[in-house]
Design a protein around this ligand. Structure first.
Ligand code: TXE
Length: 480
């Protein structure tokens, strides 16, 4: 059976305690690989390796660091197909999605930050006749990157690439639920000639390996994406150690559809924003608010689209919905479906586990599910479900829908559908949301700030924000 290894000091190595965890393929429910169950000892070795590599790495010209990152990007692109297959097997997502979104975006992350490092500049503040103040941005040092299971390689590289570009050395941990592509990445880093210790990948659970990373006194910053509860715990642990924190947490995103929108486009994109990756994207729009005059028409067309989403073996090209990531997560999502019934919701589509015949008989499949008739402030409409479950709610005015849209503890992303430019801007400005899309969804430009307001997180990733996060400004003043 495939046995993954840690990547420490440029080598693939077993965990020091020799313990492994089973890794399950969500589409079959079968164990297909073993992953290192690393602990504080492995993390300590990784930190040592990173510290030793730091002086040479931070002094390397940005152009040379960038060339290595671009080389990694090229190798990811070369291996697009096997990486997409691995991501699909490990996560349960349709291979077509991994091929068109996850893996290309992982390659873009390295290419983008590989070149961005050369464009990164700092400020000068000139005081006429008195002084020249200039700012130098030093790499923070050794940093920790911890990522989740929903977009495994994509979110892992979204953190690692800017950290390396900024001149930091990294100790990274992928989710123990989806570690496979991070392991394949470590092989590509060796092939690319990344100097030993610059990037170290430690596999294992959150409470053991993850905890050791957030507690380690040498690690200067933690970049984390995952659940809000875990983010809270990380903040509590890391704050007294004065670590810099970037936390990308959950969302409960509104999708607001005004009567004057391009309905066909709104329906098509809302199907994606509801169910892409089985709804397991923090940016999915799980609360769909539709202006009353088009509510029934939207509902009919949307439900027709839902009926066409084939749930099936993620390896098959025709499958539009794969498996949920784990049995535990499937049970969590099913419990919210039960709650939606209890809270008085009317089930319009789905709601049941799916038995896919053949090799996938033991997989964690769920029908795409739609409810209506739920109060905007019921638990189903306030809590993050993180699965293929959405609610439809009619609204009568801009004020009403803004109150509902802003009425959760989250503020990650929102989508607005309208042809009225003034309204689009007005509503966008009034939304308490770190990201707003107008007449589109999941449109990404890697230069824009990425992250949430309220309990959706602290700090922003992307572009210069990420490079600023991984560096420390120093102000130097010269008296004239
Ligand atoms: O995430 P966790 P889980 C949401 C979603 C989901 C819920 C829980 O609602 O149902 O979170 O998912 C590591 N110290 N999102 O439990 O545990 C862990 O090993 C250090 C939203 O799977 O937050 C993994 O690498 N690290 C989300 C990472 O944290 C720790 C994506 C995320 O796992 C740790 C995923 C600890 N003490 C889930 N405990 C998004 N925002 O995209 C855990 N980890």
């Amino acid at each position: 059976m495939l046995q993954l290894q840690n990547y420490i000091q440029g080598q693939l190595v077993p965990p020091t305690a020799g313990r492994y965890l089973p890794n399950i393929e969500p589409a079959t429910g079968q164990v297909f690989s073993q992953i290192p169950e690393s602990d504080a000892q492995d993390v300590a070795l990784a930190v040592q390796a990173a510290e030793a590599a730091l002086p040479a790495w931070r002094q390397l010209p940005a152009e040379e660091r960038g060339q290595l990152l671009v080389r990694i990007s090229e190798l990811i692109t070369r291996d697009l197909e096997p990486l997409a297959q691995a991501e699909s097997q490990d996560n349960g997502k349709p291979v077509s999605l991994a091929r068109t979104v996850d893996i290309p975006r992982a390659a873009s992350n390295f290419a983008f930050f590989g070149t961005a490092a050369q464009h990164f500049a700092s400020e000068t503040h000139f005081q006429e006749g008195v002084a020249l103040n200039y700012t130098v941005r030093h790499p923070l040092g050794v940093v920790g990157c911890i990522s989740p299971w929903n977009l495994p390689l994509y979110l892992f590289t979204w953190k690692i690439a800017p950290a390396l570009a900024a001149g930091c050395c990294v100790v990274a941990k992928p989710s123990e639920i989806t570690p496979y592509t991070a392991f394949l990445l470590s092989k590509l880093c060796i092939e690319a000639g990344l100097p030993a210790g610059v990037l170290n990948i430690v596999h294992g659970t959150g409470p053991a390996a993850g905890q050791a990373i957030i507690e380690h006194p040498t690690i200067k910053a933690i970049s984390f994406t995952g659940g809000t509860k875990t983010g809270e715990h990380i903040a509590r642990t890391a704050a007294p150690l004065f670590k810099k924190l970037s936390l990308e947490l959950g969302g409960k995103n509104p999708n607001i559809i005004f009567a004057d929108c391009d309905l066909a486009e709104a329906v098509r994109t809302s199907l994606r924003s509801s169910f892409a990756n089985q709804g397991q994207i923090c940016l999915c729009g799980s609360r769909i608010f539709v202006e009353r005059p088009i509510y029934e028409q939207f509902k009919q067309e949307f439900l027709a689209g839902v009926a066409s989403l084939t749930v099936g073996d993620p390896q098959e090209e025709a499958s539009r919905q794969g498996a949920l990531v784990s049995e535990a997560h499937l049970q969590k999502v099913l419990s919210y479906i039960e709650l939606a019934h209890q809270e008085g919701g009317r089930l319009l589509a789905g709601g049941q586990r799916v038995q896919v015949p053949g090799r996938c008989a033991g997989g964690y499949f769920l029908q795409p599910t739609v409810f209506e008739g739920l109060a905007p402030d019921c638990r189903v409409n306030l809590e993050e479900i993180f699965g293929p479950v959405v609610t439809l709610t009619p609204f009568d005015s801009e004020e009403e829908v803004l109150t509902w849209a802003n009425g959760t503890e989250y503020g990650l992303a929102a989508t607005i559908w309208t042809r009225d430019l003034n309204r689009a801007h007005r509503v966008a400005h009034a939304l308490h949301s770190g990201i707003v899309w107008i007449n589109t969804w999941l449109h990404r430009d890697l230069r824009t700030p990425f992250g949430g307001m309220k309990n959706s997180g602290v700090g922003r990733e992307g572009g210069l924000e990420a490079l600023r996060f991984f560096t420390e400004p120093q102000s130097i003043t010269v008296k004239l």
